[in-house]
Ligand binder design. Structure first.
Ligand SMILES: Cc1ncc(COP(=O)(O)O)c(C=O)c1O
Length: 371
């Protein structure tokens, strides 16, 4: 061997995702109790599947325009007009991940700071750094609410963007209306872009999740996805909506990087937007109640109001989440250690997007581990 490394410095700063590690481990275990997976366990609605199949059979398999199918974009625009009385530029992305990458690349100069809550969704710090930006972590323990005053004191002359996600991954917490309002005002005061990752916006159980779009539409970049709402994470579809200059530059990069989102899936997404998901949402509310009931008195946790995650504190007999996860694996129980989402390693993420018997089995193992 010997010789040079072909790898760029930028990849050396990025570790393997803590989620991926558990995922790979799960693949090696026979019959694990897996509560690590961050995707819905219900089926894609039949009419949505059929819409995609029809598109394939009708030979709608080529590229679309960069920004996506005109019919789908019009449907998204109608939704945003109805929901917020908002008429932003819109384009169809490769999932919310596609929107996040492009937002970072289009908006961040080297050294620009982005405020994110800690805990955060796994990809945020990496994508910010890849674009040359600097993630600035705002601690939101122990209630995982925003605490706008903590964000305010983290603002510097280099701050360019605030990136928020509600309902949150890994916490399932839905932010308070007044806190999102305060953050939107902070963005206005310091002339910041406020990026809102609303991938779980349809999965809320105690009332809707607030959006910065309501409070600062002129500086909001909204990212939404179809994956979690309709269980089609593998179709890689979402959309971005926001200021015309930002969307124009994101779409320009999107053209060179991806050309367009997959056409057949865009027909599926169009059908999905008129599909009633209230039964699936009600079932996930029931699962939320089930898991909270089972965990009550065993571990400390904040009752989640959206998504499909709970983020409990590890029982006090363990030094940190990594030690707890090691013990969990002895029971073939898979959850994600807090360090995948945080600078702290004190909590762990459970996904209750799973069959009830698996949720029960998992909570029983937690009871055993906490003894
Ligand atoms: C908060 C959050 N944002 C973005 C994503 C990525 O979404 P997509 O599959 O649409 O790229 C996820 C997926 O787990 C997520 O939890």
């Amino acid at each position: 061997m010997g010789g040079r490394s072909f790898l760029a410095d930028r990849v050396k700063t990025i570790g393997v995702s803590g989620i991926r590690r558990i995922f790979d481990l799960g693949a090696q275990l026979a019959d694990p109790t897996d509560l690590s997976i961050g995707q819905p366990d219900f089926a894609v609605p039949a009419n949505v599947k059929k819409a995609m199949i029809r598109a394939i059979e009708a030979d709608r398999n080529g590229y679309t325009t960069t920004r996506g199918l005109p019919e789908l974009r019009a449907r998204i625009s109608r939704q945003l007009k109805e929901e917020f009385d908002w008429e932003p530029d819109v384009f169809v992305t490769l999932g919310v991940s596609g929107g996040l990458v492009l937002a970072a690349l289009a908006c961040l100069n080297p050294g620009d700071e982005v405020l994110i809550s800690d805990p955060y969704f796994v990809s945020y710090p990496h994508l910010i750094r890849l674009a040359g930006g600097v993630p600035v972590f705002v601690d939101t323990y122990d209630d995982f609410q925003l605490h706008p005053e903590r964000f305010a004191s983290a603002v510097t002359a280099r701050t360019k963007m605030i990136l928020v996600g509600s309902p949150g991954n890994p916490t399932g917490v839905v932010y308070r209306d007044e806190d999102i309002h305060a953050l939107a005002e902070l963005a206005r005061k310091h002339d910041l872009l406020i990026v809102s990752d609303e991938i779980y916006n349809m999965l809320t159980y105690d009332g809707p999740s607030p959006s910065p779009v309501k409070f600062a539409p002129e500086r909001a970049l909204l990212l939404r996805g179809y994956g979690k709402s309709y269980a089609l994470t593998g179709w890689r579809l979402g959309f971005a909506a926001g200021p015309a200059d930002v969307i124009t530059e994101m779409a320009k990069l999107h053209q060179f990087m991806y050309v367009c989102a997959p056409q057949p899936g865009q027909f599926g997404a169009l059908e999905a937007m008129d599909t009633d998901m209230s039964a699936q949402v009600a079932d996930y509310r029931r699962k939320r109640d089930l898991v909270c009931g089972l965990l009550d008195g065993i571990v400390d946790f904040v009752r989640p109001s959206g998504g499909f995650y709970v983020f409990p504190k590890v029982p006090s007999k363990y030094q940190n989440a990594t030690e707890f996860i090691a013990a969990a694996i002895e029971h073939k129980f898979l959850v994600i250690p807090g360090e995948a989402f945080s600078r702290r390693d004190t909590h762990f993420r459970i996904s209750y997007a799973a069959a009830d018997d698996r949720i029960r089995r998992g909570c029983e193992i937690i009871r055993t581990l906490a003894k």
